[in-house]
Design a protein around this ligand. Sequence first.
Ligand code: HSE
Length: 441
Amino acid sequence: MSNPLRIGVAGLGTVGTALVNLLDNKRAELIERCGRETVVTAVTARSQRTNRDCDISNAQWFDNPVDLATSDNIDVYVELMGGDEGVAADSVRAALNAGKHVVTANKALLAKHGVEFAKLAEENGTLLNFEAAVAGGIPIIKTMRESLTSNNVIRVYGIMNGTCNYMLTRMEEEGLSFEDCLQQAQELGYAEADPTFDVGGHDTMHKLALLTSLAFGTEIAVDEIYLEGITKITPEDIEAAKDLGYSIKLLGVTQKTDTGIEQRVHPTMVPLAAPIAQIGGVTNAVVVEADVVGELMMTGPGAGGDATASAVAGDIADIAKSRPGHQHVPSLGKPAVSLTPYVKSRMRTHRGGYFIRLNLNDKAGSFAAIASRMAEQDISLESIVQRREANSQNSDSQPVIMITHDTTEEAISAALKAINSDGHLKGDPQMIRIEKLGFDI
Ligand code: HSE
């Protein structure tokens, strides 16, 4: 049997602890499947004194992740600390330069430095694996990097943040407000103490940036992603969407257009009958549309210790099975030096249907003014509903909900700007994009 594969783990939080336990509990299976042992020989974390629910008594302790990353005592550096700069970036860079394989779950780090690190890995003949960085336990990276090589990808979209999906599901099922939902998600430990990265859409944005590179063979372009989180979604939007046959999901979408690649993260209306509308709670789902295979959908746990550790262990097992001197699968699906520059398709040219919710002053002519502003931009309406809500009998404003046929973002923005400046509205208009999905195109 080959020598054991020696693993250094940086970060012993939920995922790091679950990984150490997983490698212990599945030791026999991993030896049988990889042909060698996988052993945690070194660890580092914020404090050595913390009581942890895993056995690290045989692992060498390091105070400094960079020292661990370059130690002669490891073959693989597993980075589970998080952060897109600082010690996470320094230690991964150092590990690759020292000829170590790297496994990481850190999407923020890779969204920023992924191309640099992929090049370093290839120059040093090592592997950089990151299955756990996108959609937790779902093996979407390997699928896109390896299994779909003969396909031209057309579009990838998905629910990639469990916290947001949990919140939107609760809002839909129980009519809760965003604030109440967030508080409950935090109490249940789904949302971080600082939930900005989840609810603001940044976490989905980092994941989408990686999928775009794998899908289209381009350099990672996280700064070019259109971003809108779920903080402005109200129970009224969710209820109106449901009445009209839609569910609201935070989607990350990347697609080829005539002018380049469109990357966007925003609350999205999907038909209630669509498979992705059925994905509730913390579950994630990713759909790939490609010219040869057609449509693939993968669903599963997008977060949590065991699910994420499962993906990390799969990456470690791939390294254990790889043979020294043989060429490795490039981290981003093709050699990093041949990734093409990213060409952005501008959001203003985005085409699709739109859901608009306005509070209209209850005066003669208001409704007609809205309709004419939409007509000026050549926007055709699929439906328009004006309804007085039960608790607003004496209100001097009326909620109006419109669904448009396909139009452009530019036209919608211009129409809403004109409507706003006409002075017929109470408050700001709400606009949610409708995604046309494979099954209803
Ligand atoms: N915080 C993420 C989520 C998991 O809620 O899905 C890690 O990316």
